[in-house]
Write a protein that binds this ligand. Structure first.
Ligand code: ADP
Length: 445
């Protein structure tokens, strides 16, 4: 099957992955960010409440005590080092724990405390005197399900009576068995098999249904349909919780199918800005000259750490080889690395073991490294039509409030086309990008 499809697009490009632009895979990016995260992403912005149930007042809490959790669950929360609810938790938790239960759609960027919020709600809704599944949590991939399960296990450290099971590939339950665990965390396919196909638990007895990483979920072929099929078997009294890092119309259409009468809350991402960034461009004639420009910059200014963006893996590895030969300590992060390897690279860079990180668009946003003072666009960010990709430019160069320290951005320009891109970006943001004469680079300090 698919013979006809396999050739699709092949006349358009003969690129190998090496030569073609790297793009981020949403499920992998999400996992990577969870693993390398060090604590909460704070936000100065306020929660936006888009819709509320007029019959029930929406309130927020400033402490975990105010939630009247089971004492052993509260103990678990504190043992994780959580002192006070995060911004999204302040508003989400009272609703998620309310009686009668309320449905919720919540959106906020990764790292703001959504997982901790719904895990706490899942654990507090379990009636451990009843030995059957009462809570279902769907994640888009095996790895993301395990991450959520690990948070649940930590938080339930002092509640050994609560039993959790993964419904993911590799987990086998003999046919005819009835599952006795209280909480099932897994991927839609496995959950559908266990619940609908083999009847290993009764979907009609589920009291809480969580759909996590909804934006990643709809990105995966078939997942959305599987979620909807599971959802159809749930009782009308089941509490629905829906979480997403992004908020676009596709996600919201999906949300409205899954969650009747929701309370919708959003925490906007703090805007990135170019305000504290000095932007320059350097005219070069070739890749070699671009390379020399980087070396010259290194010769004249003291740089904390730098990130250099390339368009393809091939350029990234060419550049890293040259820089290493010249004695720079460089790390490379590109699409061929496994998640484990990417984590290792980023950990080393964070720890300052390498001063330069060379990367492609696999690293477009979200990896804020505070010590980075210089960002170089070895290749200008462009879209599929080779036009300026202003959004990617902002993600590479811009900083949010928390990391709003001063920085330098240098764009290496090697053709009239890339000059046009540079001018478009300058016009788009209304912020001057100055010509830098690399022989006279003291001026950038
Ligand atoms: P999200 O699901 O939105 O990506 P998480 O729930 O995974 O966010 O939380 C992000 C990070 O912040 C995790 O390392 C988590 O342990 C931590 N965290 C979550 N809630 C709190 C809190 N109330 N106080 C301190 N740290 C928290």
């Amino acid at each position: 099957a698919g013979l006809g499809l396999a050739k699709k697009g092949s006349n358009q490009t003969s690129d190998t992955p090496e030569d073609s632009p790297d793009a981020a895979n949403p499920a992998e990016t999400s996992l990577l960010m969870k693993i390398i995260r060090q604590g909460l992403v704070e936000s100065k912005l306020d929660i936006e409440i888009q819709r509320k149930d007029p019959n029930s007042p929406l309130y927020s809490v400033k402490t975990f005590e105010a939630l009247h959790l089971k004492p052993n669950l509260l103990k678990g929360v504190y043992a994780m080092g959580f002192n006070a609810p995060s911004k999204i938790q302040e508003t989400a938790l009272p609703t998620l724990l309310a009686d009668p239960p309320q449905n919720m759609i919540a959106q906020s960027q990764s790292g703001t405390g959504k997982t901790a919020a719904f895990v706490l709600a899942m654990l507090s809704r379990v009636d451990s005197s009843k030995n059957y599944p009462q809570v279902l949590c769907l994640s888009p991939t095996y790895e993301l399900a395990i991450q959520t399960g690990e948070v649940a296990a930590k938080m339930a450290k002092f509640c050994p009576e609560i039993k959790l099971k993964y419904a993911v590939r590799g987990e086998e339950v003999p046919k005819g068995t009835k599952i006795t665990d209280h909480i099932l965390i897994g991927t839609p396919g496995k959950m559908l098999d266990w619940g609908v196909k083999f009847g290993m638990f009764d979907l009609n007895k589920i009291r809480v249904f969580v759909l996590d990483e909804a934006d990643v979920m709809i990105d995966r072929q078939g997942h959305q349909d599987q979620c909807i099929r599971i959802h159809k078997c749930l009782p009308p009294t089941c509490q629905m919780m829906f979480f997403s890092a992004t908020y676009d119309s596709a996600v919201m259409v999906f949300a409205e199918i899954i969650v009747p009468n929701p309370i919708i809350i959003r925490l906007l991402r703090e805007e990135e800005s170019l305000d504290n960034i000095k932007q320059y461009y350097v005219k070069c004639k070739s890749s070699e000259e671009k390379y020399r420009a980087i070396c010259n910059i290194y010769g004249v200014i003291t740089i904390g750490q730098a990130i250099i963006f390339c368009h393809t893996r091939k350029t990234a590895s060419w550049l890293s080889e040259k820089m290493s030969k010249d004695g720079h300590s460089v790390a490379v992060l590109s699409g061929e690395l496994t998640v484990e390897q990417r984590i290792a690279v980023l950990d080393r860079f964070r720890g300052g073991l390498e001063k330069v990180l060379i990367t492609t668009n696999v690293l477009s946003r979200g990896i804020d490294v505070e010590q980075v003072t210089l960002v170089v666009n070895f290749d200008m960010p462009m879209d599929m039509n080779k036009k300026a990709d202003c959004e990617t430019y902002l993600h590479r160069i811009g900083r949010t409030g928390r990391f709003g320290k001063a920085g330098i951005a240098i764009n290496l320009i090697d053709s009239p086309q890339t000059m046009d891109i540079c001018l478009d970006i300058e016009a788009h943001f209304g912020k001057k990008i100055q010509l830098l004469d690399i022989e006279d680079a003291e001026e950038i300090e």
